[in-house]
Design a protein around this ligand. Structure first.
Ligand code: NAD
Length: 313
């Protein structure tokens, strides 16, 4: 039995969340198919159910763990892949959450905490920073399946009383991130800067993102456990950073003297993305604590160690 199941717990945000939940004394089990996650991200002691969220085995996991809370982070989160293979994206993200919600309702889960997106769900923004009332105009299948997932959570609450909190995350960076997520650029730049390879900036590098440190995100998700209502929260910093600015900060931290190098722009890439956190501050008492320079320094330490370990084997 476990207080909490974390789907996607072997991934970047999920494994940071698992560490913090364990620190806070919760018993935790992880459900992950390890498609992009890694067992090495988890402590030895954790119960890992290597299960696809779409599979019939999900119910058996719930019958064993009988969790009070479900953190649902497992997803197909590659925007480009969602465009190339929308059937797969929909299968994992939509069929996956429905399968989990059916199990959650059958096994009397009290609340589901879901990681949505504060980037792809709003599409090209009409005003800056976007609050939770900003129109949702997703421009990719990934954004559409995240929005659809939110609608299913609301349906399960209305119809079955299964509570939820939705966290629309901006661009998350930090230790254990891979190049795939919405802030994958941080991992890509560090991998290249540390290896001494060219870090290529897409287009002119004027595109902006709202970068949030993973430790801050984990704090927000955990605040959802004690929040009594069902609600949607943006988790961002309300601060825009251009990709060129990001590159310069990272270059300084890594001690590289690499020139800025520009490649072709990515078609369909959002130009500006930045979201408020006023609602999370007012209702959850959450605000971002780690500024981008400090967060990128902590992240650098992780990537440097990763490269040292890889070089020593
Ligand atoms: N990283 C970001 O910047 C960002 C921004 C907004 C939202 N999010 C959301 O946060 C969540 C976690 O993202 P992350 O960046 O940690 O990504 P990640 O790839 O590191 O983690 C996803 C995890 O889900 C697992 N998984 C994928 N498909 C699965 C399936 N069918 N069954 C079981 N497990 C499966 C993977 O193995 C992986 O461990 C996702 O829902 C993502 O959409 C991330």
């Amino acid at each position: 039995m476990a207080d909490i199941i974390v789907t996607g717990g072997a991934g970047f945000i999920g494994s940071n969340l698992v560490d913090k939940l364990l620190d806070e004394g919760y018993s935790v089990a992880v459900m992950d198919d390890l498609s992009t996650g890694n067992k090495a991200n988890l402590p030895e002691s954790i119960r890992l159910h290597r299960v696809d969220i779409r599979s019939a085995v999900v119910r058996r996991v719930f019958s064993i763990e009988k969790p009070k809370y479900l953190f649902h982070l497992a997803a197909q989160l590659n925007v480009r892949k969602s465009v190339a293979d929308p059937v797969f994206d929909c299968d994992v993200n939509v069929m996956g959450i429905i399968n989990l919600l059916e199990a959650a309702r059958e096994y009397d889960v009290e609340k589901v905490i879901f990681t949505s997106t504060g980037g792809a769900i709003y599409g090209e923004q009409e005003y800056f920073p976007a609050d939770e009332k900003h129109p949702t105009n997703p421009e990719s299948p990934y954004g559409i399946t995240k929005l659809t997932s939110e609608k299913y959570l609301q349906f399960y609450y209305r119809t079955h009383g299964l509570k939820y909190n939705i966290f629309r995350l901006a661009n998350i960076y930090g230790p254990r991130q891979s190049t795939v997520g919405e802030a994958g650029v941080v991992a890509a730049f560090y991998d290249r800067l540390i290896a001494g390879d060219d870090a290529i900036i897409n287009g002119e590098g004027n595109q902006t993102r709202d970068f949030v440190y993973v430790g801050d995100v984990v704090d927000a998700l955990i605040k959802g456990l004690k929040y009594p209502d069902c609600d949607i929260f943006n988790i961002g910093t309300a601060t825009e950073t251009t990709v060129v600015e990001l590159f310069r900060i990272m270059r300084d931290i890594s001690g590289s003297d690499q020139e800025e190098k520009f490649g072709p722009g990515k078609p369909g890439e959002q130009i500006r993305s930045v979201i408020t956190y006023d609602k999370a501050k007012e209702k959850l008492g959450w605000e971002p604590r780690v500024d981008i320079k400090t967060g990128l320094e902590k992240t650098y330490e992780y990537f440097k160690r990763k490269h040292e370990i890889a070089a020593s084997v």
